[in-house]
Write a protein that binds this ligand. Structure first.
Ligand code: S3P
Length: 179
């Protein structure tokens, strides 16, 4: 038998461009929690951008960084954790997050995602001749992982604030349920 679920933190997972960082900051403000972005922690530790990590060291090295950071944050409390879009594709990462956080996935369609990321160039995986096709392919592979979140929140046609309110609602419900 497993013990009661511990929910000290809130983790946001989801595809690139679904608003994890913006929503995460807004939610952290409301809860008076610390905001932590795994991508930022990795860049600070590695001393280079994610783009450079991918280009110079390769994606597997980046994924190892993610796994390391996920393990390091298990002791945290009162933290909103925003994760890189590919982080939940390692099962152990998701299991680790669930050991201390409510895991909320922000969802959007490939077209919606494309509209949000098309003017940005810092994401190496979308540096592709046909970014929309790449988004569709990656999302198809990742959907099964994203669906393992505790809660799925649709972000289409909703402002950052509206999505943040939904996330907060789920967090409060989960905390009450597991108190
Ligand atoms: C990635 C998403 C990025 C970043 C890296 C890889 C992915 O984070 O971790 O470029 O595999 O989906 P965001 O989801 O914050 O853009």
């Amino acid at each position: 038998m497993t013990g009661p679920r511990v929910i000290r933190n809130l983790a946001l997972i989801g595809f690139m461009g679904t608003g994890k960082s913006s929503v995460g900051r807004a939610v952290a403000d409301c809860l008076h929690f610390t905001f932590l972005d795994t991508d930022h922690v990795i860049e600070a530790r590695a001393g280079k951008t994610i783009k450079d990590i991918f280009a110079q060291d390769g994606e597997p090295v980046f994924r190892d960084w993610e796994a390391r950071i996920v393990e390091e944050i298990t002791h945290r409390s009162k933290t909103v954790i925003s994760t890189g879009g590919g982080l939940p594709t390692r099962e152990a990462n998701l299991a680790s997050l669930k050991s201390h956080a409510l895991v909320v996935c922000l969802w959007a369609s490939p077209e919606g995602i494309y509209e949000r990321v098309r003017d940005h160039s810092h994401r190496p995986l979308l540096d592709d001749a046909d970014p929309l096709a790449k988004i569709r392919d990656l999302l198809a592979v990742r959907e099964a992982f994203y669906r393992q979140a505790d809660v799925l929140v649709n972000t289409e046609m909703r402002s950052i604030r509206e999505v943040a309110m939904q996330v907060l609602h789920h967090f409060h419900m989960a905390q009450t349920a597991h108190a």
